[in-house]
Design a protein around this ligand. Structure first.
Ligand SMILES: Cc1cc2nc3c(=O)[nH]c(=O)nc-3n(C[C@H](O)[C@H](O)[C@H](O)COP(=O)(O)OP(=O)(O)OC[C@H]3O[C@@H](n4cnc5c(N)ncnc54)[C@H](O)[C@@H]3O)c2cc1C
Length: 402
């Protein structure tokens, strides 16, 4: 059996692949990152929200375009609810190209190798390692690695090749970058309702000199419409069209989001990371923070397993055990999201907003609300707000049977 060329080959040099490359290399592994595009961070489909804890993992504060401290959330009939305080930064908005490049540069600085314009065409696992076939700028290379990491995004070749199954939900997102939107600095806006964002929400995010206006939706809730049509509906909606009257688009993006961590993200010598594993949050669609968290939680034991060449399925199962809690938390968040938003019609949403607009509820949201951990807030709302207690029965049932 030929010796391994690498300890780990990472398919995909996005933010998660880059961060993984850095951590594995810093822990002493010989790492190769494969990226199918000729440039890092292009094309990107992202609103660019990166939470402070995710940002601290990579310390790429130079890529921040704007800080967000709060949100104004609009009910379907235009009732606004304002949350947040300017003194507390809830999330950052980054330039995704610079951010992705920064993550990958850190891996290279640590000693990892990057191959651009390189696509996997085959991968075969045997007892001694994985043989991968790579098409690099038209030339075919056969490489050996002990561990293959799929960080190749929502359409993951690795996930499909090794038949890992599908993430629970695939959402669709559409977004335009615009000038001429007059928002309050540091405050994002969210719009709800069947016409503009069935089951989820649309957004306007301050982005330095521009704004990102977008919408995401579950395909089943689109009723034959595209996300682009929802975006047009938002821009021409009688309640909100005035605020979009002077915008000028500079770019458009569209892409899927995989929300629902796979039951199993490992097979002998193969592990999935980030979007490839279905890690996007079902409440916000954010995938960068959860991907970094996964790397942080799994890498130390994964490195030991590579160094001792113990990459059997059963050992990887033990190493990936912390992800079971992540999957359960995602499920709880999804159930609460469905109860409060996704399974509601506009009348029900309107009643919910009426309650959200109360001073004591806003205070509770400001105190407990955390973009990274929405479950504690959902549970406090069910417990503390009498009108929501009727939902608690449904929530408990869904949690028990889910
Ligand atoms: C409209 C929209 C808005 C979003 N907004 C946010 C947000 O505000 N905040 C947030 O955290 N997340 C957001 N997301 C999700 C976020 O973009 C992803 O969660 C994040 O990019 C995941 O990082 P990743 O490294 O796992 O995958 P990716 O960023 O997709 O990187 C995967 C990399 O692998 C490469 N690749 C793919 N296949 C192969 C192959 N076969 N061989 C070699 N290379 C390959 C790709 O070119 C890419 O560079 C949004 C998504 C959408 C669609």
């Amino acid at each position: 059996m030929p010796a391994s060329d690498y300890d780990a080959i990472i398919v995909g040099a996005g933010p998660v692949g880059g961060y993984l490359g850095r951590v594995l290399t810093e822990e002493g592994l010989h790492v190769l990152m494969l990226e199918e595009h000729r440039e890092i961070g292009k094309p990107f489909q992202c609103a660019g929200l990166v939470t402070p804890s995710a940002m601290n993992r990579v310390d790429l504060h130079n890529t921040i375009l704007s800080d967000v401290w709060g949100a104004r959330i609009h009910s379907p009939r235009g009732r606004p609810v304002e949350i947040g305080q300017p003194s507390i930064i809830r999330t950052h908005v980054v330039c995704r190209k610079l951010f992705d490049e920064g993550c990958v540069r850190q891996a290279i600085a640590a000693g990892a190798t990057l191959w651009l314009e390189s696509t996997l065409t085959d991968a075969v696992v045997d007892e001694g390692g994985v043989t991968v076939t790579v098409n690099r700028e038209g030339q075919i290379h056969k490489l050996r690695t002990k561990l293959l990491c799929g960080a190749d995004g929502v359409h993951s070749w690795t996930r499909r090749h090794f038949r890992f199954g599908r993430p629970k939900e695939f959402m669709i997102g559409f977004q335009a970058e615009v000038t001429g939107y007059e928002g309050v600095p540091g405050r994002l806006e969210m719009f709800s309702g069947e016409e503009v964002a069935p089951g989820l929400f649309a957004w306007a995010i301050p982005n330095g000199e521009t704004h990102r206006i977008g919408v995401w939706a579950h395909p089943e809730r689109l009723g034959g419409r595209s996300c682009e049509m929802l975006y047009d509906a938002l821009l021409t909606h009688p309640l909100w069209r005035d605020r979009f009257a002077n915008i000028h688009e500079t770019a458009r993006f569209c892409g899927p989001l995989a929300c629902g961590l796979l039951k199993r993200i490992y097979k002998e010598r193969v592990v999935l990371f980030g979007d490839a594993a279905g890690l996007c949050k079902p409440t916000t669609g954010g995938g960068i923070g959860p991907g970094f968290e996964q790397v942080h939680n799994l890498a130390p034991r994964l490195v030991k397993a590579v160094l001792s060449d113990n990459l059997s399925e059963s050992n990887l199962k033990r190493i990936c055990k912390p992800m079971e809690k992540v999957r359960k938390d995602q499920e709880r968040a999804r159930i609460l999201r469905d109860l409060f938003v996704s399974s509601c019609d506009d009348d029900e949403l309107e009643s919910t907003f009426e309650i959200f607009a109360r001073e004591n509820v806003v205070a509770l949201i400001n105190e407990v609300g955390d973009i990274e951990k929405p479950v504690p807030l959902g549970i406090r709302l069910l417990k503390d707000i009498p009108e929501f207690r009727r939902m608690a029965v449904r929530a408990t049932w869904a949690l028990l049977t889910g």
